[in-house]
Design a protein around this ligand. Structure first.
Ligand code: GLU
Length: 425
């Protein structure tokens, strides 16, 4: 029996520790070789960079930290987003890279997991400032990424424009155009249609099967969404399209609520014009904590990690939680939900629509052959639906909750791949 190596001090952040606790507890159920079980606890490659960043006012030059962690190179290049946040750190990025490995393996994509981060508050950046940070960060990590090595994508605080700047910086330095180096680009640059909507759409595409499994009707189902960004907004639109009543959504400014169902097109137009939901006229305004406690059937946390805690979890009345965000549920909240019989579709399955359409984008870029929106949406639904059915079947067959079942499925697949590759040299 091997002695577990603790995470090195560089990675000893609360989030990485949580990721390891989760991995260790699930790995127990997977018939893994001890060496492989131990090996998977460590990210394969990690990079920390710092660089000077000039504000628009030339007198100020800040030093900014950036990270990129590649958890596993066993099954193909690594894949995962880049987030801009004021408190992002190497441990958080390493934890999210590990989750990306399981996510890709659960869906069956030929990637290992990666994640990147720049420690900066994106809301304080002007557009030229954001462009400069992005281009400099890209040049610092340029030898670490590549279409056959590691393919970044959007995450919190970054978007299609950020990806366009990364693609341009990378291509300028290579001397030719390399669209496949990032996904989530604008369609004009080889981005896939329907990538922006993919995570939100993918989340909601699993709702009919979840409701059917619980014997609950889909029509008029009351849905509450925490977050109204790239994931929450498109989940809300998809919810309305499938005949649900989206009764509350929220953003950093707080939430809006209408028990009869919100006009999502109107709320979207309001945010596009005013930046946030604050002062939205046609609904009651509530706090994010009040939002979690609303009477509803479905709750979709679609913003940031750690929002469902031991404190607010007992107030949650939803019967189904679809995790659109990465890591929205702390382990204390997870235990409460289990106790209260809430059916959770975990992040590594529920929000995998984003990386799935990223995979489609990468394939299209490598082949220079682009698919129609209908083809992409149909393939996304098929892949997500199949993964959901397989995880549900595994959970029923082996008596696991959905999170454990999803992780068991992912870790089994990765373990099997590592076993057949063997150890070099
Ligand atoms: N950042 C997204 C995630 O956490 C997408 C990653 C990708 O498309 O590669 O899944």
């Amino acid at each position: 029996m091997l002695i577990e190596t603790p995470p090195t001090f560089e990675l000893a952040s609360p989030m990485y520790r949580e990721a390891l606790i989760q991995y260790d507890s699930v790995a127990e159920y997977v018939d893994l070789d001890d060496n492989i079980r131990q090996r998977l606890r460590h990210p394969q490659r990690s990079m920390v960079v710092s660089f000077p960043f000039r504000r628009d006012d030339y007198s100020e030059v800040d030093t900014v930290y950036g990270y990129r962690v590649q958890h596993l190179h066993t099954m193909g290049p690594t894949k995962g987003g880049i987030r801009y946040a004021p408190d992002v750190n190497i441990g958080e990025v390493a934890a999210l890279a590990m989750f990306m490995t399981w996510k890709c393996a659960i869906i069956g994509l030929p990637f290992g997991g990666a994640k990147g981060g720049v420690r900066i508050d994106p809301t304080t950046l002007t557009r030229p400032e954001k462009q400069r940070v992005t281009r400099r960060y890209t040049s610092e990590i340029i030898d670490f990424i590549g279409p056959h090595r590691d393919i970044p994508a959007p995450d919190m605080g970054t978007d299609a424009q950020t990806m366009a700047w990364i693609m341009d910086t990378y291509s300028q330095q290579k001397g030719y155009s390399v669209p496949a180096v990032v996904t989530g680009k604008p369609p004009e640059l080889g981005g896939s249609v329907a990538r922006r909507e993919a995570t939100g759409r993918g989340v909601m595409s699993l709702l009919p099967a979840a409701m059917a499994h619980l014997g609950l009707p889909l029509r008029d189902t009351r849905v509450v969404i925490h977050g109204f960004g790239n994931v929450g907004r498109f989940a809300a639109i998809a919810g309305v399209e499938m005949g649900c009543r989206v009764i509350a959504v929220s953003d950093v400014s707080g939430g809006i609520h209408d028990p009869a169902g919100l006009d999502i097109a109107k709320a979207t137009a309001w945010v596009d014009e005013h930046g946030t939901l604050a002062d939205y006229p046609d609904a009651d305004h509530i706090t994010n904590d009040e939002l979690f406690a609303l009477d509803c059937e479905v709750l979709v946390p679609a913003a940031i990690q750690g929002v469902l805690t031991g404190t607010n979890a007992p107030d949650v009345k939803a019967k189904v939680i679809l995790e659109g965000a990465n890591n929205p549920t702390t382990s204390e909240a997870d235990a409460v939900f289990k106790e209260n019989g809430i059916f959770i579709v975990p992040d590594v399955l529920a929000n995998a629509g984003g990386v799935t359409v990223s995979y489609f984008e990468w394939v299209q870029d490598l082949q220079n052959y682009f698919w129609s929106e209908n083809e992409i949406v149909a393939r996304l639904r098929e892949i997500m639906g199949r993964a959901f059915d397989e995880v549900l079947a595994l959970s029923i067959r082996e008596g696991f909750d959905m999170r454990t079942a999803a992780l068991v499925k992912g870790i089994r697949r990765v373990g099997a791949a590592k076993a057949v590759r063997g150890i070099y040299p």
